[in-house]
Write a protein that binds this ligand. Structure first.
Ligand SMILES: Nc1ncnc2c1ncn2[C@@H]1O[C@H](COP(=O)(O)OP(=O)(O)OP(=O)(O)O)[C@@H](O)[C@H]1O
Ligand SMILES: [Mg+2]
Length: 269
């Protein structure tokens, strides 16, 4: 392995700096069953893109929900921008695999919804939504309803809606899982383009190792339930300003892929 291209660090307890997300020994125990989280230690800096990978059922979604303030933990510490996690934060966006667009609103109106609930003035709302749809290649489809759009197009509308508010914290749980492989790579390219102009912090849970390598600055591998951070990979493939296809063609991509696969599958029960 070339140390200039990628490096690995063990998941050690982070210090308490000015992290966007700081988890220290975050544990989730449930009565009468094995713990879900054994104690997560993780520090995410503002502006970083983190991918969380790990075996199915190990607690990735649960941990993401904790960051979003939608789930509780039984011990440990978790802070978001220095404060306790809180549901419904205006500066946080949560994107999921199902696009959840409102069928009676056009693509443009669906994107506008995110701004409407934040009381953005109508003119600015129209402009920002239109600009966002253009950036995901849907300028021509702005006036169409979800039923008139393909699955991939709906997903792009959902992505535009998630990012139109320029959230400080973007949480994504397998956002492209429901898409075919080709559309998924196209969506990753769209997300990358959108993120070039975005200074917020992203935490994405994914089962797609290639997606994690192509998009993330660091990849956090969770172990089996009860999960802890098994290892953290720093991805140094210049991935921020390279196309997904370029990153995938890099020999270091294959090496890291193989390694991650072994770390996840090699331990899967
Ligand atoms: N509050 C809770 N009480 C009891 N069990 C829970 C609770 N929250 C989550 N679980 C269980 O914890 C485990 C982890 O669930 P979670 O959905 O976080 O896994 P995951 O890593 O996201 O899996 P997948 O990759 O399949 O999406 C599951 O067995 C789930 O049923
Ligand atoms: Mg999950």
């Amino acid at each position: 392995m070339n140390a200039t291209e990628l490096s690995v660090s063990r998941g050690t307890a982070p210090d308490s700096g000015e992290s966007m997300i700081l988890a220290q020994g975050v544990r989730l125990s449930v009565p009468g069953a094995p713990d879900i989280l054994a104690g997560i230690d993780l520090s995410v800096e503002e502006g970083e893109f983190i991918a969380i990978v790990g075996p199915s059922g190990c607690g990735k979604t649960t941990f993401l929900n904790m960051i979003a303030g939608l789930a509780t933990f039984t011990s440990g510490h978790l802070t978001i921008a220095g404060g306790a996690p809180k549901a419904g934060r205006r500066d946080t966006a949560y994107g999921l695999a199902r696009d959840a667009l409102l069928p009676w609103r056009t693509a443009q109106q669906n994107v506008e919804l995110a701004l409407q609930v934040r009381h953005v003035a109508p003119e600015e709302m129209h402009r920002r939504a239109a600009e966002m749809l253009e950036r995901v290649g849907l300028a021509d489809a702005a006036q169409r309803f979800p039923a008139q759009l393909s699955h991939g197009m709906r997903q792009r509308v959902a992505l535009a809606r998630t990012l139109v508010t320029e959230p400080r914290l973007l949480l994504l749980d397998e956002p492209f899982a429901a898409l075919d492989a080709q559309t998924r790579i196209r969506m990753q390219e769209h997300l990358k383009l959108l993120l070039m102009r975005y200074s917020g912090t992203t935490v994405m849970v994914t089962h797609d190792i290639g997606e994690a390598i192509a998009l993330a600055d660091r990849i956090v591998v969770f172990g089996n339930r009860p999960a802890a951070v098994r290892v953290i990979h720093e991805v140094r493939l210049g991935s921020r300003d390279r196309k997904v296809s370029e990153v995938r063609a890099d020999p270091a991509f294959g090496k890291l892929f193989e390694r991650l696969w072994e770390e996840i599958e090699g331990h899967a029960s």
